[in-house]
Write a protein that binds this ligand. Sequence first.
Ligand SMILES: Cc1cc2nc3c(=O)[nH]c(=O)nc-3n(C[C@H](O)[C@H](O)[C@H](O)COP(=O)(O)O)c2cc1C
Length: 361
Amino acid sequence: MAASRLQLGTFGTNLAPGITFTTIPGALTTDWSRVTDLALRAEDMGFEAIVPISRWKGYGGAHNPHSDSYDTLTWAAAVGAVTRSARVFATVSMPVVHPVMAAKQMATIDHVTGGRAGINVLAGWYRPEMEMFGADLLAHDRRYDLADEWIEIVERLWSETEEFDLDGDFFHLTGASSAPKPVGERPQIMNAAMSGRGLEFALQHADKLYVKLSDEREQATAQVENAKRQARERYGREIEVWTFGYVVDGPTEQAARDFLHYYAQENGMHDAAINALRIMGVEAEVAGDNSTAARRFSWVAGDGGVPLIGTAAQVADGLEWLADVGIDGCLLGWPLWEDGMSRFADDVLPLLTERGLRAAI
Ligand SMILES: Cc1cc2nc3c(=O)[nH]c(=O)nc-3n(C[C@H](O)[C@H](O)[C@H](O)COP(=O)(O)O)c2cc1C
């Protein structure tokens, strides 16, 4: 199959209730048969990536969303064993997973999948989760000093055949080695840093960088171009730029908006979103004011992703807009995954193929 102009993936099928904080019946649960079914559907639709969310502790409130979550490394090994074509990612919080452990786990997943493994690395921001491990949440930029050391260890373990010692600021290794090596060149590295220091880390190490896109066309185009140019000019690297969104479709735009109102406004877990955004606002560098009602709504509706709302044609328009500003790939989530993915396959994918965004499947 030829490469598509806009790659697609699923986001957060490893936890409840997925990327939409809703209590409606049918929202995602940690039920293994659903996980594998969604992964196989994604592949049938030609999706290129399957990406989980790393969450060890929920966001509280009356329903505590994301408390119910599968570990992403063992999840990726198992998803990798039943899939055939998509790249399967594990999402790893660097401060709480030792790099020697992660390097071997990722090499294992790469063998299970025949070279389809990917790792989404996080510097950490969710303090209650770090405290659960007895780990320190370092000062913001210091987290990326740890991240530099962490990823360098992992990359060395994937590539070097001789044992090595390392006396770093964060890790002290004696006779470190790891075999087998990954099947391919190495698992793909993904990162979703939002800050200046985080971007610096991502430009040097990530193959796929996530950006929180401006919704203004010129600015969004500049954001994408700038990230790619900086990686090329400063580090001699070609990177892809990705984003993520949530799909709410209906026979009419009004029907889609009514459904959005139903699951996110009337049945949304707003208390949990307030908790998450408050902590993120304090601990991570996020652009804009995290306390606004709009930010909270967007978090409840789809984890703060790009809204893809309306008829199938409008959803396709939204994805086309992303491709036009230079985005290489977009992860997606739905409030009701099975129904949403079926309609996406039937109604949206053919439009994307017609418009030259997706190869025919
Ligand atoms: C696509 C995507 C995936 C993310 N996955 C996770 C995740 O699995 N767990 C998590 O705690 N945070 C996740 N985040 C949040 C980022 O880690 C967080 O925004 C980042 O730490 C903030 O950037 P900064 O460290 O540069 O301030 C994700 C963000 C994006 C955009």
